[in-house]
Ligand binder design. Structure first.
Ligand SMILES: Nc1ncnc2c1ncn2[C@@H]1O[C@H](COP(=O)(O)OP(=O)(O)O)[C@@H](O)[C@H]1O
Ligand SMILES: [Mg+2]
Length: 324
């Protein structure tokens, strides 16, 4: 991944009437990465996205896309990006192919160029067979694939996806993740929003956790988890009377960040399980502490979310369900 800055957001605030939707956001997106905005409903994800793509004007602060200011050079910015909105923009009576043809005309593509690109995109999102059917006959997943093809038609340098898999079934979600990865492999920069932890975790190279219009933390999923201060190794001992001995032995070792006695054994926070696990086993063995059970728990993104927002993202599952 090249580390050139594709998008620079500086002190962005957006207020609707008197309601501040996002406040003093600063972050950058690197060229070629998949960048995610993760947060619950109402966090300010769509507002941020729509401001970057010039649909909204910042109340204060600035955004630049590939070096161009989104207010002063809005037309230029629009030519560099593609957008897949959160709400579906599909006309039920047109066929999939007709949607793309209409857009091709809006983008002033020649007939021949449009036909070639549309054929490629229909293939990419696996809608070739359904291309000449009215979009109203499509499943939710197929409609979303058509949305993505529409966002890709202008051949953008940066693609913006607002909640690309909201309400879709597992299979459709996995397909869409595949497309996003494929686009990244082709060199495209992707900015997406999501309120799915697994999506942010598995798809995004870096992500910002956003809540109440503010960025709470930012980094790669791995960095964010490591930032919590280590994985957890939980031991259960056959003989609880040995717990104190093992705690004393392990506390002194550099691979252990924190060692805590529990009712039945020990909870050990470790930085690197590769180093810590052999040392733990060696000590237990040497001190004749027989292990009944050993469990290794890597911090998950939900642990990160809770640590930075004080609540679980699952408390805030979106109510909107997709009408298929
Ligand atoms: N057009 C609008 N007018 C007034 N308030 C809005 C408008 N759009 C969004 N908001 C408010 O701004 C906040 C952020 O909304 P939004 O950016 O849509 O969040 P998200 O996409 O994370 O769900 C919410 O409180 C929402 O109600
Ligand atoms: Mg939204």
């Amino acid at each position: 991944m090249d580390r050139a800055i594709a998008i620079q957001v500086s002190h962005l605030t957006k207020t609707y009437d008197k309601h501040t939707a996002v406040s003093d956001l600063s972050f950058e997106v690197y060229g070629g990465e998949i960048f995610g905005l993760l947060g619950p409903n109402g966090a300010g994800k769509s507002t941020t996205l729509r401001t970057i793509i010039t649909l909204l004007t910042p109340t204060s602060g600035t955004v630049s896309v590939l070096g161009h200011d989104t207010v002063r050079e809005a037309d230029l910015v629009r030519r560099l990006i593609g957008y897949v909105p959160q709400e579906r923009a599909i006309d039920r009576f047109l066929t999939g192919r007709e949607h793309l043809e209409l857009l091709g005309a809006l983008y002033h593509l020649s007939k021949a160029e449009a036909a070639k690109r549309i054929a490629e995109l229909l293939k990419l999102v696996e809608l070739e067979e359904a291309a000449d059917r009215a979009a109203k006959t499509y499943s939710g997943g197929m409609k979303r694939k058509l949305d993505i093809a529409c966002g890709l038609l202008p051949d953008p340098k940066i693609l913006f996806l607002d909640e690309p898999t909201l309400g879709l079934d597992v299979q459709s979600r996995l397909r869409i993740w595949e497309y996003v990865r494929m686009l990244k492999a082709r060199g495209m920069t992707i900015v997406m929003t999501t309120n799915y932890l697994d999506e942010a975790d598995q798809l995004c190279d870096r992500l910002a956790i956003i809540d109440g219009g503010k960025i709470k933390t930012l980094g790669s999923p791995t960095e964010l988890k490591i930032g919590l201060g280590g994985d957890i190794v939980s031991l259960t001992l056959k003989d609880p009377s040995k717990i104190a001995t093992l705690v004393a032995a392990l506390t002194k070792q550099p691979a252990m960040r924190a060692v805590k006695a529990t009712q039945t054994g020990l909870d050990i926070r470790v930085e690197s399980p590769e180093k810590a696990l052999p040392a733990i086993l060696e000590s237990a063995n040497r001190l004749d502490c027989q292990l009944e059970f050993i469990e290794y728990h890597r911090p998950r993104l939900d642990d990160v979310f809770i640590a930075h927002t004080g609540r679980s993202i699952k408390d805030d599952v979106p109510m909107e369900k997709e009408a298929v």
